[in-house]
Write a protein that binds this ligand. Sequence first.
Ligand code: JCF
Length: 673
Amino acid sequence: MVHTDPVARARELREALDLYNYQYYVLDAPTVPDAEYDFLFRELQELEAAHPSLRTPESPTQRVGSSPREGFQEIRHRVPMLSLNNGFSEEDVLNFDRRVREILDCEVVDYACEPKFDGLAVSLLYRNGRLVEGSTRGDGEAGEDVTANLRTIRAIPLQLPMSSPPSVLEVRGEVLMEKRDFQALNQGQLARGEKLFVNPRNAAAGALRQLDPALTAQRPLSFFAYGMGEVEGWGLPATQGELMDRLSQLRFPVPVERALVRGAAGLLGYFERMSLMRASLRYDIDGVVYKVNAFGQQQALGFVSRAPRFALAHKFPAEEALSEVLDIDVQVGRTGALTPVARLRPVFVGGVTVTNATLHNEDEIRRKDIRIGDQVWVRRAGDVIPEVVAVVPEQRPPHARTFVMPEHCPVCGSKVVRTEGEAISRCSGGLYCPAQRKQALLHFAQRRAMDIDGLGEKLVDQLVDSGLVRTPPDLYGLSLQALASLPRMGEKSAANLLEAIERSRETTLARFIFALGIRNVGETTARDLARHFGDLAPLLSAGLETLQQVPEVGPVVAQSINDFLGEAHNREVVQRLLSCGIRWAAAPSRLQEKQLLAGLTLVLTGTLPHLSRDQARARIEGAGGKVAGSVSRRTAYVVAGADPGSKLQQALELGVPVLDESQLLSLLNQDIS
Ligand code: JCF
């Protein structure tokens, strides 16, 4: 409830802001979006402006930044650590450049540009070339003494490589964690069952502000320098660009992406280039920084309140924001995969308003423990699909609900199956499910399946969208009139299509099985099944056990076929197809062949032209024969290929008949496929 009484409302705002501050600065675990914090902060400021008696010295509006965490010494910065004015649009950049030119009274200004690291600002104090003190930015006036922690960061020189170092040199820069290191860290957290960090910045902040430096040392932190604080006994260069080069010579990491540009056009060009590079950089950046290059000009421009007039931080849209999971729906893809999707309270992130985020699969939801009603961090980086990164467990409402994968497809009601060892749940109504309709028809019609010439993607779209076709058997009931009524369909092409459909009725069992689009049943498996069962009826009545007995069919494929045939919707469509007059030439099934070699023992020697040793053995055993390792009088045949061994010799000696591969196959009544 929002208080209308200003006294109560001010107290409420102060309490909320104090809590958010604590979570952000001390726990390094923010629980509200920055925008919401800013909004409440501004409300309090306005309230205090209207009622000055409400402004207490303890109000969050009366300080900027953070107080040191308990356990760290406070360090006053000799030269304040500045903040930067932010710009969010081209217009902001043009205004910045215009003001700079007006004040300097010049036509065009040279700027130094650099990426704006999304890390933590720190100051490093070198006395006589030795690192003696390191501090966080804090509120800009005073920060925390994190010297011991900073000394663990390998990229930070403990000693300056100079023969006569200046008495005082204060280097400023940003501590951060590279994306790859962050990912590895989170993988470790996950494996140990510990809390995931939301982003590299929070991970770096947590690491830098450990009370035990040994813990900081275990975290892979990096550092980049971007400026100077107090300097004594060192001649400063004349420009920011040269300063960066000098810092680089002193072995401080400086971004290779830094650049000198001219005028507003140069600034915007740099912004554009960095926007494109952002995703491929090794570290997160939240924008770019423009600085007037010449220090003389910087001085002339001076400061407004706490920020320099000579610099601008041009921010990218934030890639992360907090939202709420309103519900979790399930989407069925063209291939039948069920994908849980989070319906989110609309949130502006990555430059667009996001209302949905994929949750990938059931395991992913369990792993991140996402529940309906949770506050969650949503990430949208570049053109990548929005993602739920993590939940804010502290804000879980008591009514939060866990997600359960439905047992039946939300689109067609067929059973949902999930193969052992697989993360994806799938609808088993492949031939019937409206979500999979177009995919099923395209697959059915393709050349290697029913070979319906001309029935491609565009036509399938038209047929399905017009309602003329829902499932494959509908194709065989199409009339010339109905087809010709489709937009952009001439009488001639309609007739051609009908003819192609007509022709497809005459097919092979293998093609027909393949055309059904059973998961994991490709052309080869379809052929194996056709050969094994000889006709459709025994395949349709085969249970899981029978399927598993087919030599070429493994447990996963057998399960897929069983799932498909177990779905009444699919069987109905298959029956309708059969009643459309689809037919194939009968072939002897392997089940009938089985007896061809019953009781006979064969011996294999040499390399056969087509069949591997295992394939040949499978064929022989499939026909009821045995394969032995040595030739005896009881051997029925020796099958010999190239480079035969002594077995061929023995066969000749014992008078055992010798076959080549093609003779073996004709004995089996099979061909090479
Ligand atoms: O990368 C940064 N986050 C960054 C921050 C870079 C800079 O050149 C900065 C900064 C904050 C203040 N320069 C100033 C003066």
